[in-house]
Design a protein around this ligand. Structure first.
Ligand SMILES: Cc1cc2nc3c(=O)[nH]c(=O)nc-3n(C[C@H](O)[C@H](O)[C@H](O)COP(=O)(O)OP(=O)(O)OC[C@H]3O[C@@H](n4cnc5c(N)ncnc54)[C@H](O)[C@@H]3O)c2cc1C
Length: 545
């Protein structure tokens, strides 16, 4: 292990590993330590959303993730069932079936992919290890951290041998999960979003069980699904397919007042599945549903220590935003640290992290809680599992109600693509009032602070594939951009020009010049070069005059 590096990442979960890969891709000397000796073994997150896939594509990992996740032909449907092998009440097909070419809310070249965290993390670990400038150390925990005049000094310990080492770093990324020692180090507390409510479902103690059940698909007699919500008056829970063949994670709502450790897990799973086929329990553990927490601060006053992922915000998993928002944190922070390392970034980049990401943390955290309120509030009809035409009608009506009230959980294009940093100190905000933040139907906006609306290039590539690694200026038509080039040259600022025919400018773009940050967000746009392009570039690179 190196005794000094530019960045020290504490935590080797998906978010810390993604930060390490992004920093490695940008050539930043980085050390990652993780108290775990290996990547996670029990399933948690099940999906890399479309925004995460856009970043993973840039890092060359999207194909591997698609190959290791659920097989591409496997149904991505969500169902509502009385038991896994019981009655199907309703089914939501995925809202996207093909890559949208400029229409509808899923405007991306990278659709989401269902992949279990137990399969994702090894891909990320291998990728982080592949960079010479990234020093990955699993089985090392942080014992102490001292703030110094020019960074931090960490004392780390090998969890197996007890050997201790010291590492100096200029910046620390706290990707150390829900209990985050880094959060405690910067003196920040978690605050709850809203009041905690004990609910019949997704409000209290949950038990997660990873099973192998080779006969389950056939026993169900139903078309396959990725996610099945199990609803009856005896047990509530859900299943998530892990390999599309024989492995599932099964979640059970532990009834109020019951200690999960006293449960007969075989009996619980049998009740949820509604079948007596054989299955094997591979692993299990408790978690708490229906709570969302957010750290009151995302960074230290010194701007040396930054919290990302579960260390910064802990969500209830409905809507699938915990890890994915954490990946957004890592992508927001990594280019800023890289810009400082490479010498073209200024101090305002660091100061901007919390102001850009904490509002997103709050926004995304509310979604899971809203979904929990909906699902936890359903009144389950007495005859839901009975036979006969009356019960058939009850099931049909109940299924319709489930789909109608719960569909927002999956139609998250607005949440995913619509993150905007309109109040950021790094952008030149539009003067017009911001449009509403529609969480469920993404409408592309070319506003400063928004993710640049996706479009296809004439050669069929995604516009994101044409951007440079650092700042990019997208130029539509023959507009004069030479003053931008000159200002960038004077500052030794890496600025990639992306030239497009004027006729190729999509309707969503109002301007011929669009300055795009490394994380795809728009820093500035205008019909012509501004009077002072240096001021625009200086603000975007965190070095305002
Ligand atoms: C049931 C369930 C379902 C979920 N489904 C989804 C989903 O569909 N979509 C989604 O986006 N998210 C989902 N999540 C959330 C997702 O699993 C987490 O958000 C994700 O694991 C957070 O990643 P992280 O890297 O921030 O933290 P973690 O994965 O918790 O990793 C923290 C790391 O820090 C290390 N660490 C801690 N302390 C120290 C120390 N002192 N020294 C060194 N290392 C340390 C740990 O060893 C670990 O490697 C789900 C969660 C659950 C429980």
């Amino acid at each position: 292990m190196k005794d000094e590096n530019f960045v020290l990442i504490i935590g080797g979960g998906p978010v810390g590993l993604t930060a390490a890969i992004e920093l490695g891709w940008r050539g930043v000397p980085t050390t990652l330590i993780s108290a775990n000796t290996e990547t996670v073994r029990h399933p948690k997150c099940n999906s890399a959303n479309a925004r995460s896939m856009e970043f993973f594509h840039r890092l060359g990992l999207a194909d591997q993730i698609r190959a290791d996740g659920l097989p591409s032909g496997f149904s991505r449907d969500t169902t509502y069932v009385t038991r896994y092998c019981g009655h199907e009440l309703g089914r939501i097909p995925r809202p996207f079936t093909a890559i949208q070419r400029g229409k509808g809310p899923w405007q991306t070249a990278q659709l989401p992919h269902a992949i279990s965290q137990i399969r994702l993390e090894p891909i990320l670990k291998r990728a982080a290890e592949s960079y010479d400038c990234v020093d990955v150390n699993f089985g090392w925990k942080l014992n102490a951290l001292t703030d110094t005049a020019d960074g931090v000094l960490a004392t780390v310990e090998n969890v197996q041998s007890g050997e201790q080492k010291r590492i100096k770093a200029q910046y620390v990324i706290g990707a150390d999960g829900a209990r985050s020692p880094m959060r405690k180090h910067i003196g920040a507390e978690m605050k709850m979003l809203g009041e905690f409510q004990q609910r019949a479902f997704m409000g209290g103690s949950m038990l997660s069980l990873y099973i192998r059940a080779p006969g389950l698909l056939a026993a169900s007699g139903r078309a396959p699904d990725t996610l099945a919500w199990i609803i009856n008056r005896e047990v509530r829970g859900f299943t998530f397919a892990q390999d599309g063949r024989e492995r599932w994670v099964v979640h059970y709502q532990v009834p109020a007042g019951v200690d999960w450790q006293t449960l007969d897990t075989k009996q619980v799973i049998g009740a949820l599945l509604g079948t007596d086929i054989d299955f094997e329990i591979l692993s299990g553990g408790p978690w708490t549903g229906g709570i969302a927490l957010i750290s009151e601060r995302f960074q230290s006053a010194s701007n040396r220590i930054f919290l990302v992922g579960d260390a910064a915000h802990l969500y209830t998993p409905l809507g699938g935003l915990g890890m994915n928002t954490g990946i957004g944190d890592a992508m927001n922070l990594a280019w800023k640290l890289a810009a400082l390392h490479d010498g073209w970034g200024g101090p305002a980049l660091l100061a901007s992290y919390e102001s850009e990401r904490r509002p997103i943390g709050l926004r995304n955290g509310r979604h899971g809680i809203d979904c929990a309120k909906i699902m936890g509030g359903w009144e389950i009809p007495a005859d839901l599992e009975e036979e006969g035409p009356g019960a058939d009608q009850t099931r049909a009506a109940f299924g319709r109600m489930c789909i109608e009230t719960d569909h927002g959980q999956y139609n998250t294009s607005g949440i995913i693509f619509g993150e905007r940093y309109e109040d950021s100190p790094l952008i030149f905000a539009d003067s017009s009032p911001p449009p509403p933040d529609d969480l469920y139907n993404y409408a592309p906006h070319d506003r400063a602070g928004a993710r640049m609306p996706h479009f296809w290039l004439a050669d069929e590539r995604s516009c994101f594939d044409a951007l440079g690694r650092d700042l990019s200026l997208v130029v539509f038509g023959d507009v004069d951009f030479s003053s931008f080039e000159a200002a960038a040259r004077e500052r030794a600022l890496p600025l990639t020009m992306v030239r497009q025919e004027r006729a190729e400018r999509p309707e969503t773009y109002r301007s011929d010049l669009v300055l795009v940050r490394p994380d795809h967000h728009i820093a500035w746009h205008g019909q012509n070069a501004p009077a002072d392009p240096a001021a625009v570039l200086d603000r975007a690179r965190g070095q305002p005059g």
